[in-house]
Design a protein around this ligand. Structure first.
Ligand code: SAH
Length: 270
């Protein structure tokens, strides 16, 4: 008797962006709408989860720091098992799967198992969160480039601090919240000006977004005073001053429009 071969399902790695569902690409939104099985991470925002079709089976695999629902190996196995049973899997990740998202590992592993993988890029946190905070990552006269790094390491963090401290570029640090002291100390120790502007962006691109700016030397203080929680992004560099200018300009235009309104009111009542 011949056993019938099951055609493996396709796994689609979907980058869902930093939180705002309007930042989903058309392709990502379509993949989510058409999904029958969704495996999603902690970083996928509530607003995006609300778009998951009722008909789709949903599998939360967590991965908040220190609170892993499933290990990466277990997640990999889950994806392999489902695909091998002939089910298409929509694997939804926060931001972009290929930027500190382990998307590359999942893609290679699935391909090795003969499973077809598609990857849909998403807006990464550095881009989305800094834009929503009015911080351009590059800006003429302030930063000619930008470096993304992660402060997360399985063992010891081995960043080249002396290179990072002297690049004169914007630095965006992912997963850096628990290491703010080490980050500012290392950069200052290797020559970065302690007054370099910094921003902490918490829950960027969601309704809960909070942004705080200060100086490199007070990064930890800024975090503690404002009780910043994960997910949060650290932006270091002169470009942060653009957000401060915008804040000031917005206040100015609010003030002048309320003065206009008051003058209008006075004219009417005269
Ligand atoms: N693949 C994701 C990054 C995963 S690493 C991407 O491309 O964006 C997780 C880290 O990303 C968090 O610890 C935090 O530093 C950052 N991050 C992701 N989403 C964020 C958000 N909405 N607000 C602030 N930081 C965010």
């Amino acid at each position: 008797m011949k056993t019938k071969l099951i055609q493996p399902g396709v796994v689609t790695l979907v980058g869902s962006g930093p939180g705002d569902p309007d930042l989903l690409t058309v392709k990502a939104a379509r993949a989510i709408q058409q999904a029958t099985l969704i495996v999603f991470d902690n970083l996928v925002s509530e607003e995006i989860r609300a778009l998951f079709p009722d008909t789709a089976t949903q599998f939360y695999v967590g991965k908040a720091k220190g609170n892993h629902c499933l290990t990466q190996d277990e997640i990999n196995q889950l994806l392999i098992d489902y695909a091998k049973s002939g089910v298409d899997v929509c694997r939804v990740k926060g931001g972009d799967a290929f930027v500190f998202g382990r998307g590359g590992e999942e893609m290679l592993l699935l391909a090795k198992k003969g499973i077809h993988v598609e990857v849909i890029p998403g807006i990464t946190a550095a881009s989305g969160c800094s834009t929503y905070a009015n911080i351009p990552l590059t800006h003429r006269g302030l930063a000619q480039g930008c470096t993304f790094i992660t402060a997360h390491a399985d063992k010891e963090l081995t960043a080249n601090w002396s290179a990072l401290a002297t690049l004169n570029q914007t630095l965006v640090i992912y997963m850096g919240l628990s290491k703010t002291e080490m980050i500012s100390d290392s950069l200052i120790h290797h020559g970065m000006d302690s007054n370099t502007p910094v921003a902490l962006i918490e829950n960027g691109c969601t309704r809960k977004q909070r942004v705080f700016t200060g100086r490199l030397v007070e990064l930890t203080q800024l975090k503690n005073q404002n009780q910043i929680q994960s997910p949060a992004l650290i932006v270091i560099g002169e470009v942060v001053t653009v957000a401060n200018q915008m804040h000031w300009l917005e206040q100015l235009s609010e003030r002048s429009s309320s003065t206009d309104a008051a003058q209008q009111q006075m004219k009417l009542s005269a």
